[in-house]
Design a protein around this ligand. Structure first.
Ligand SMILES: *[C@@H]1O[C@H](CO)[C@@H](O)[C@H](O)[C@H]1NC(C)=O
Ligand SMILES: *[C@@H]1O[C@H](CO)[C@@H](O)[C@H](O)[C@H]1NC(C)=O
Ligand SMILES: *[C@@H]1O[C@H](CO)[C@@H](O)[C@H](O)[C@H]1NC(C)=O
Length: 362
């Protein structure tokens, strides 16, 4: 009964097209690069000022001129990419003044492998629904179901992707089961989850375990995000929700992962994100490359297939991922990434590791 109710919600989600949902979202300012922009040092500097005002308002001013050279290189590269006929128009996102290595260290290394294996956790395997494997919805997109997803977050330079993905998975299931909108405290998870390393990275299932052990998690109002590691404190007031268990989805099983996300968003691990293509992703279906360094966690919120007459990628299957790098990255903070390649663990290893989701008490 419960399964049927949830599945019908996902089916409802599947009837609305992605384009409808993104069109209704507020526009995000994007900084593109024109031939005038790259024409001279002066015009390039003007572009930098515009970009800086949008992305580095609270940046370190002593760093500003030093970083101009990195920015110029990126602006030229993005310009040439677009001139060269890229399918998607690239823009200058939050990483435009960062070297590849700086990006990789601060943003693409937030769920390091060495802290992921854990022999002591209680294992609950995802049980396939009645729709598995042949009657799965063709499309699932939780963005189209009002209330399930909170707005896209910005982790900043704190390696909190795992905490954000865990909090968002709990926010989603709380709404799906209880119809309550909440912003849960990412900072509480960063500061308090045992076995993780706070802003130096972690894994979502340990955050779920923390919430179970503590009988709940507070809201982001009670315990606000500061974007660095601080001491674990107990805020006043009761926690706003709890979970009773968490389940994992087996590795390298595309249909099982589709089945799981048709019920609620699921935390996935992506790896090999230290590529310029991933750093610059501005939209469309990401088809790689990824490499084998740089591990990250994010929230899987759906899947679909492009129409067979699509001009760029006919019939290509994709996942929809909610990332934590703000709304300027990707498709308003989300990414569509090619689905398939199950035997190899998927593009950017999306099926290479277990995926996790929380179970609501209700
Ligand atoms: C990221 O990739 C760049 C370019 O290949 C490399 O120089 C750098 O060392 C890498 N950094 C990390 C942290 O993997
Ligand atoms: C959650 O946070 C967002 C962004 O700060 C805010 O717009 C929204 O109203 C918050 N939702 C609730 C239920 O507090
Ligand atoms: C963490 O961030 C807060 C708010 O921005 C700041 O007040 C505090 O000094 C920071 N702590 C550390 C250790 O950087």
């Amino acid at each position: 009964m419960m399964v049927a109710a949830l599945a019908s919600m996902a089916l409802a989600a599947s009837t609305a097209k992605t384009s409808t949902s993104t069109a209704s979202m507020p526009a995000v300012e994007r900084i593109y690069v024109s031939s005038e922009n790259v024409a001279s040092e002066e015009s390039m500097h003007g572009l930098y000022e515009r970009w800086y005002a949008l992305y580095r308002r609270d940046g370190d001013p002593s760093d500003k001129e030093k970083r101009f050279s990195i920015f110029k290189e990126e602006a030229r590269a993005v310009y040439e990419l677009n001139e060269g006929g890229a399918h998607v128009k690239h823009h200058l996102n939050l990483f435009a003044d960062m070297t590849q290595d700086e990006y990789a260290k601060s943003f693409a290394n937030c769920s390091p492998l060495e802290i992921r294996p854990d022999g002591n956790i209680k294992l609950n395997l995802h049980q396939p629904s009645q729709y598995y494997p042949d009657k799965l919805p063709l499309t699932v997109d939780w963005r189209t179901v009002d209330g399930v997803l909170t707005s896209v977050k910005r982790q900043g330079k704190c390696g909190s992707c795992w905490a954000i993905a865990a909090a968002e998975a709990m926010e989603s299931i709380h709404f799906i089961k209880n119809n309550k909108r909440t912003n849960l405290s990412v900072q509480e998870l960063v500061d308090c989850t045992p076995g993780n390393k706070g802003c130096n990275g972690g894994v979502a299932y340990k955050a779920f375990q923390y919430v179970i052990d503590k009988h709940g998690i507070h809201s982001s109002e009670q315990y606000p995000y500061v974007g660095n590691g601080s001491h674990c404190t107990t805020p006043s007031g009761p926690p706003v929700m709890s979970i009773k268990r968490y389940h994992y989805v087996r590795r390298r099983n595309e249909k099982m992962l589709m089945d799981a996300v048709s019920h609620a968003p699921v935390v996935v691990t992506l790896s090999g994100l230290n590529t310029t293509e991933f750093k610059r992703y501005s939209g469309g279906i990401f088809r790689g490359p990824c490499n084998n360094k740089g591990d990250h966690q994010a929230l899987l919120v759906g899947y679909g297939t492009l129409p067979s007459d699509d001009a760029n990628a006919p019939g290509v299957k994709y996942w929809v991922v909610k990332n934590s790098w703000g709304k300027s990255w990707g498709e308003r903070g989300y990414m569509r990434i090619e689905r398939g390649h199950e035997a190899y663990g998927g593009i950017c290893n999306i099926m290479m590791w277990r995926a996790w989701y929380p179970i609501h008490p209700k």
